[in-house]
Design a protein around this ligand. Structure first.
Ligand code: NAD
Ligand code: MG
Length: 396
């Protein structure tokens, strides 16, 4: 199988190349992309020898090309957003791993869908922003959409494939998305006023990129995943429930009309859903340590506390509002998380800024990519404006 890996230098990208390297007879890497980590991308090119490598800017492209030439590689170096579209839709490529973080991933992920590829979707923001339109393009082009997000991959594995994509016909009562609760699940509420970026990115169970780690701390990640589940499985908002499960062993569950509840379990390591989607419907070694239930001992479950995690409720609100609301939510969240990581916004300001942005941007329909990108632009502009007008607060 010939692969393009978008976002190869990130956490999901590195895990993908790890699984791929275990099966040299099965996978061939045709293209890799990274935004600014030239040396990491150069090392990955030396390992995978792709035909194309895409980087963010012209100066970085020149430096990358020099490194690859010195290594004797014939990899063609490209740069910028159009090059991402190109490598996402190359005719010789069978499968695209969409692992760019944030809204920047939408255009190339959509290009892979439109080209009818096997699309391994890690970039949940693309689906959150473009939902209905994105799924329509997947169906129109006959792309095979396989979720990489561990929860959605677990749901996919817990549904007969003939129903996946439409729970209305599968006798499904509810989808139960599990969440670890992140680093602040049991911290005293008043301590949340003093949370630092370092504390927020230190996830108890998963090793991930910085943005998704902050999203996990606020539970906006779970909120985005509720929206993602809505589109992937045609599930109404009131039939998607979030369950806090601090051990992160059950990756999600499907509750059926007959009382059966099916789940997928495993150690928290993204190489399992990545290997699942790369090989589906077959199974291959992922390098993940087998689950030892005796070592785990106990599995526990809690209802999420919405006072502690207001971002979760904001995501349900955006999903129910339809139209541009989810794209605005996503844009405001990206602005808020960046400001928090740059120490320009306190931790509790993240949810406040998103709520205020949702109030500020008027409702609109999003029938096509231009409308989605306009919703994203409006959400960002409103969030940046509200951020500038916040009373100055110094942050730990
Ligand atoms: P990361 O920050 O580790 O990596 C992001 C990748 O995107 C890097 O290769 C980076 O170079 C590239 N990138 C960043 N900005 C870009 C831009 N403007 N243009 C082009 N490329 C750009 O992120 P990650 O943790 O690997 O997450 C990637 C995606 O997968 C996210 O959408 C995240 O929500 C999703 N996801 C991640 C995990 C996880 O365990 N890390 C789990 C589930 C879903
Ligand atoms: Mg997830």
């Amino acid at each position: 199988m010939k692969l393009t890996v978008l976002g190869a230098t990130g956490s999901i990208g590195v895990s993908t190349l790890d699984v791929v390297a275990r099966h040299p007879d099965r996978f061939e890497v045709v293209a890799l992309s990274g935004h600014s980590q030239v040396d990491v991308l150069a090392a990955q090119c030396r390992q995978c020898r792709p035909a194309y490598a895409v980087i963010g800017s012209a100066p970085d492209a020149r430096r990358l090309a020099g490194l690859l030439k010195d290594a004797g590689l014939r990899t063609e170096v490209l740069y910028g957003p159009d090059a991402l579209l190109q490598v996402a839709s190359l005719p010789e490529v069978d499968a695209v791993m969409a692992a760019i973080v944030g809204a920047a991933g939408l255009p190339p992920t959509l290009a892979a869908a439109r080209a009818g590829k096997r699309l391994l979707l890690a970039n949940k923001e693309a689906l959150v922003m473009a939902g209905a339109f994105f799924m329509a393009e997947v169906r129109r082009a006959g792309a095979l959409l396989l979720p990489i997000d561990s929860e959605h991959n677990a749901v996919f594995q817990s549904m007969p494939y003939s129903y996946a994509g439409d729970m209305a016909h599968g006798g499904v009562r509810r989808i139960l998305l599990t969440a670890s609760g992140g680093p602040f699940r049991s911290a005293p509420l008043d301590a949340l006023t003093r949370v630092t970026p370092e504390q927020a990115v230190a996830h108890p169970n998963w090793s991930m990129g910085r943005k998704i780690s902050v999203d996990s701390a606020t539970m906006m990640n779970k909120g985005l995943e509720v929206i993602e589940a809505h589109w992937l499985f045609n599930a109404p908002a009131d039939r998607i429930e979030v369950v806090i499960h601090p051990q992160s062993v059950i990756h999600s569950l499907v509750d059926y009309e007959d009382g059966s509840v099916l789940a997928q379990l495993g150690n928290p390591d993204m190489r399992t859903p990545i290997a699942h989607a790369l090989a589906w419907p077959e199974r291959i070694d992922s390098g993940v340590v087998p689950l030892d239930l005796f070592a785990v001992g106990q599995l526990s479950f809690e209802r999420p506390d919405l006072a502690r995690f207001p971002c979760l409720e904001l995501a349900y609100r955006a999903l129910r509002a339809e139209g541009n609301a989810a794209a605005v939510l996503n844009a405001a969240n990206e602005v808020a998380v960046t400001a928090f990581l740059d120490r320009r916004l306190p931790y509790l300001g993240i949810a406040e800024l998103i709520a205020a942005t949702l109030d500020a941007v008027p409702q609109a329909a999003v029938p096509d990519l231009a409308a989605v990108l306009e919703a994203d632009r409006q959400g960002r502009a409103a969030a940046v404006d509200l951020l500038a007008r916040r009373p100055c607060a110094t942050q730990p």
